[in-house]
Design a protein around this ligand. Structure first.
Ligand code: 9MR
Ligand code: 9MR
Ligand code: ZN
Length: 592
């Protein structure tokens, strides 16, 4: 990793800076060492997962025919070479076809039959790919880094990831904003910074934390002894749960003890500059709707769902904490049932992220389902069944996102222990297989093996790919099928290099990881390489910031650039990393 530091260089200028006459000179010098804001990529002719592939799963690389040296005939065959250049496999490329998402004409090299661990290289009639690995542990470090990135996002404590990625405790000054219906100061209670900004938002924390805790329940062999090297390591909880507890504690602090409702977010009133978190002295305010009841339905219901899951996950390790989570979930659920339609939109005084969602019926479905799963009490089951009644005649599974958690609710209900399948559970399972089949089919028509449809390339599309993989993995959980897991992994290959830029969309992973996330610590820390383990939002065909909007119009997968300023395509966010952690947990599990 080329990590050039400029801090010590600037430090050596400290004495000079003291003399004000030398200031202009310092400015000139510091702009001379200014990090670039962006980078461009030229895709190599053979695109693959830059980390490599699992021995017992599909292995496909994408060949960009336009990038092949000009020959009289197009290549039709490929060879797989081992580290010592010996040919271990020869195959035919698939018939070339136009990939609508990128505008590229591609062919696929399928070498799935090779299962022997080792280092390999593809050879397409003389053109060589990057070296890559086939091994059962090929994604072990990816899982560790992407999960450890949550420690990097922590608010309110010293963070030290090593290699210079550190900051002292931040955002000490918490307060109730008048929009919360309260006043006075509040101590910082932790949580994760949402994204490239330093806000903390319940709705987004909800799906993030719920997704991670589901991974904990579904892939114990990959996560229960995962080492994250965090301050709590080796104390009482497994590392994975200890990291998540940091965020749960903050979420708990946003519940109004008076009535169980949950405030929407805790942020400054506007976004701070591109500075380190400890340098952001804007007060971190608990923000509400601005009028009674001040708390909002989506936040409260998401909170109830997450606390109900937490009650299950923490029970074996910390029953007291688990009981606290369950009590909080019950109170929140009751509040949300009594206030089913309190939306959140930013009050006029507030300019940070909205996470506004006018329809909280899906959040309520999720809350009832998780509370039923945890307690098996009939009040939660009847509420769940009542609320899905309108959906049942034509039950559809949709891809989860921060503003649509309906499927999480349906699945949570289907996961609850029971003696025999009910018609509702059967309908949920059936709808999941139908949705999965459509995604599997897309991986076969996409030149890059992604499940994304042309319309799916919106703000955070990489997380959409991640959540489509989550859907596939849930389908596989109901009904194990190798093709379903392969389709889920196919998006991992897309995210880690098999895309039209040949870029790995996770910082510090793979041979060509992106470099310039819209992430304040990465920009302000004086280290060239960004903080590790963070997923870029990815291509966004709908626009959203000045830099991305200036891109020439192109097919949707091409609407991305690696530019720190381009927040609508290159920010990072906790809810985008979460489905990636989920997918990597499955990839590291012997029972995905
Ligand atoms: O940094 C902010 C990012 O986290 C948000 O996703 C984005 C959209 O709400 O806004 C970013 O902040 C920008 C602000 O909206 C406009 N001025 C420039 C800010 C980035 O430096
Ligand atoms: O992920 C959010 C995306 O779906 C929205 O289109 C976008 C604009 O409202 O906001 C995204 O969320 C941002 C949040 O508002 C503030 N923190 C950074 C989030 C990621 O960009
Ligand atoms: Zn902070």
């Amino acid at each position: 990793m080329n990590r050039i530091r400029r801090r010590s260089f600037l430090k050596s200028l400290g004495a000079a800076a003291a003399a004000s006459t030398l200031r202009p000179q310092l400015h000139a010098l510091s702009s001379f060492v200014q990090e670039p804001l962006s980078a461009t990529y030229t895709a190599p002719p053979i695109l693959l997962n830059q980390l490599g592939y699992l021995p017992n799963h599909a292995k496909l690389a994408t060949v960009l025919l336009a990038k092949m040296p000009s020959q009289t005939t197009q290549p039709t065959t490929f060879r797989l070479r081992s580290e010592n250049h010996a040919v271990v496999f020869e195959g035919k490329l698939s018939t070339p076809s136009l990939d609508a998402a990128s505008g590229d004409t591609t062919a696929q090299a399928d070498f799935s039959s090779i299962t022997k661990p080792g280092l390999y290289q593809l050879d397409v009639e003389g053109t060589l790919s990057d070296l890559f690995t086939i091994a059962p542990t090929v994604y072990a470090e990816a899982l560790r880094l992407t999960m450890r990135s949550y420690y990097g996002q922590r608010c309110g404590c010293v963070v030290d990831l090593g290699n210079g990625y550190h900051h002292p405790a931040c955002h000490h000054d918490g307060a109730f904003d008048p929009t919360s219906g309260r006043s006075g100061s509040v101590p910082n209670t932790g949580g994760w910074h949402d994204a490239g900004d330093y806000g903390r938002y319940i709705v987004n924390s909800g799906i993030t934390t719920g997704t991670l805790l589901w991974a904990w329940e579904m892939y114990p062999d990959a996560l229960h002894s995962l080492k994250l090297d965090i301050p709590e390591s080796g104390i009482t909880l497994p590392d994975f749960l200890a990291e998540i507890k940091w965020n749960l504690n903050w979420m708990l602090s946003l519940q109004d003890p008076a009535d169980g409702g949950v405030w929407h977010k805790q942020t400054s009133l506007h976004f701070c500059a591109f500075i380190m978190p400890q340098d952001d002295h804007l007060p971190s305010e608990i923000i509400g709707t601005g009028s009674a009841p001040y708390k909002s339905t989506c936040a409260t219901a998401d909170f109830a769902a997450v606390m109900a899951i937490a009650a299950r996950c923490y029970h074996p390790f910390d029953p007291t904490f688990a009981a606290r989570c369950l009590a909080a979930a019950r109170l929140a659920w009751t509040w949300a049932r009594e206030h089913p339609n309190v939306p959140f939109i930013n009050p006029p005084t507030v300019l940070t992220g909205n996470y506004g969602d006018p329809d909280c019926s899906d959040e309520l479905i999720w809350a009832s389902a998780e509370l039923y799963h945890t307690t098996l009490e009939s009040q939660y089951e009847s509420a769940f069944l009542d609320s899905i009644k309108p959906l049942l005649p034509n039950l559809k599974i949709t891809v989860p996102s921060w503003n649509n958690v309906a499927s999480l609710g349906l699945w949570a209900y289907a996961f609850a222990p029971r003696h025999k399948l009910s018609p509702v559970v059967e309908a949920i399972q059936q709808a999941t297989q139908t949705a999965a089949a459509e995604l599997i089919a897309r991986t076969r028509t996409s030149g890059y093996g992604t499940t994304l449809s042309l319309a799916d390339y919106h703000w955070g599309s990489n997380s959409n790919a991640g959540n489509q993989s989550l859907l596939l993995l849930v389908a596989n959980y109901f009904q194990p099928n190798k093709a379903t897991v392969d389709a889920a992994l196919s998006n991992l290959h897309y995210l880690l290099g098999r895309n039209c830029f040949g870029v790995s969309w996770v910082t510090q992973l793979g041979q060509r990881p992106f470099q310039h996330p819209h992430h304040r610590p990465s920009a302000a820390d004086g280290i060239v390489a960004p903080w590790p383990g963070l997923l870029s939002g990815g291509p966004n065909a709908y626009g959203g910031d000045a830099i991305a909007d200036a891109l020439p119009k192109a097919p949707p997968m091409r609407m991305w650039l690696d530019d720190q300023r381009a927040y609508s395509v290159n920010e990072i966010a906790i809810n985008w990393n979460a489905p990636l952690v989920f997918l990597l947990a499955a990839a590291n599990s012997s029972r995905p």
